[in-house]
Design a protein around this ligand. Structure first.
Ligand code: VGL
Ligand code: ZN
Length: 190
């Protein structure tokens, strides 16, 4: 389905964590993570054409963040602030007016959801945004938590399935179910 036919006023495109470290060759690679980029670039073009805001979240950790294995956390070192790994993938064609959201910036707390401690919900309301089209990485971690949180905040959440990939396939299937149960719609053909 052509994103131009789906996007309307009151929508935003929310791109979750399409950063080098989550793509093949990165520190915490999501299998086929880079395959979301072409799909998202189509959505970005459509969003720009329709004057729909584009929001891009990024995992943005301080050195020695609590989620890193050497600090007792579950993950290898990834997305350390101002490193190449933390940069948005350079094939992702973010427009100049992209609204950037950094998360996981505290030493002592992790944040999977782009809504967690960022003020994003209030900013979206201020802009009269009611519906969010979501893609990015990883389907079973930050996309899931962002979509579930957004639904809890009352936004109409639409997951662009082809624009997401999971770290783990079984967890990905569970995440799709979790997001649906939270009230989100999974857009298969979009
Ligand atoms: C993520 C693991 C650790 C994600 C972030 O963006 O999905 N996954 N930090
Ligand atoms: Zn992280």
């Amino acid at each position: 389905m052509d994103p131009r036919k789906l996007l309307e006023q009151g929508d935003a495109l929310l791109i979750v964590d399409v950063q080098n470290d989550f793509c093949p060759g990165g520190a915490l690679p999501v299998p086929e993570g880079d395959q979301v980029i072409a799909v998202l670039n189509d959505w970005i073009n459509a969003a720009v054409d329709r004057s729909v805001p584009v929001i891009a979240s990024r995992d943005w950790h301080p050195v020695d963040h609590c989620s890193f294995e050497h600090r007792g956390g579950p993950w290898p070192v990834h997305c350390v602030q101002d490193t190449h790994g933390a940069a948005f993938h350079d094939r992702l064609q973010l427009p100049p007016h992209t609204i950037r959201v950094s998360k996981g910036t505290r030493f002592d707390q992790d944040a999977y959801s782009a809504f967690e401690n960022t003020g994003l919900a209030g900013e979206l309301r201020r802009r009269n945004i009611k519906r969010l089209w979501v893609g990015g990485l990883a389907q079973d971690v930050c996309v899931r938590d962002t979509v579930v949180a957004g639904a809890g905040e009352g936004f109409d959440m639409r997951v662009i399935r082809a624009a997401t990939r999971p770290v783990d396939p079984a967890n990905g299937r569970q995440a799709l179910q979790d997001m649906q149960e939270a009230g989100a719609r999974i857009e298969e053909a979009a």
